[in-house]
Design a protein around this ligand. Structure first.
Ligand code: ZN
Length: 145
């Protein structure tokens, strides 16, 4: 099970839904989140960061290493490892993904009563188009999708 949480960026203009794989890392391990508008405020060391399409996620790597070692994860913990393995990264493929998913479902909802098969096909088509867009924009998690 994945715990879901929301975090505002440092300037507070944007927020992202986050996901903690296996509930292993507490949300505090993500020390700071910066959107493209406030990324210049990031002052932690570069090793602690992951960048994704202008966003910066800054982790407490020492804290993460201790927790992961306690859980039997022996490999070196890097920011990329935390992000790419989904231990503390976007819920979905990019911040705002959840919202897009919700919008597509809302928009297509009238189809449910009319034509369930078409609804499901349309849902799939629109979501795949969204993923293709994210991939083209260079979102990190979308590259493996
Ligand atoms: Zn911001």
């Amino acid at each position: 099970m994945c715990m879901q949480l929301r975090r505002a960026c440092q300037c507070g203009r944007q927020s992202a839904a986050l996901n903690c794989r296996d509930n292993l890392l507490p949300a505090e391990i993500l020390v700071s989140l910066y959107c493209p508008a406030c990324r210049d405020l990031a002052d932690g060391s570069p090793e602690c960061r992951v960048e994704d399409c202008g966003w910066i996620l800054e982790y407490d790597l020492d804290g993460a290493q201790i927790i992961m070692a306690q859980k039997g994860i022996r490999q070196e913990v890097t920011a990329a490892f935390i992000f790419d393995e989904g231990y503390l990264s976007w819920q979905g493929l990019a911040p705002g993904d959840h919202q897009v998913n919700h919008e597509i479902h809302e928009r297509l909802a009238p189809l449910i009563a009319k034509d369930m098969k078409q609804y499901l096909e349309q849902l799939k088509t629109e979501w795949l188009a969204h993923v293709t867009r994210l991939k083209a924009q260079g979102w990190r998690k979308a590259q493996q999708a």
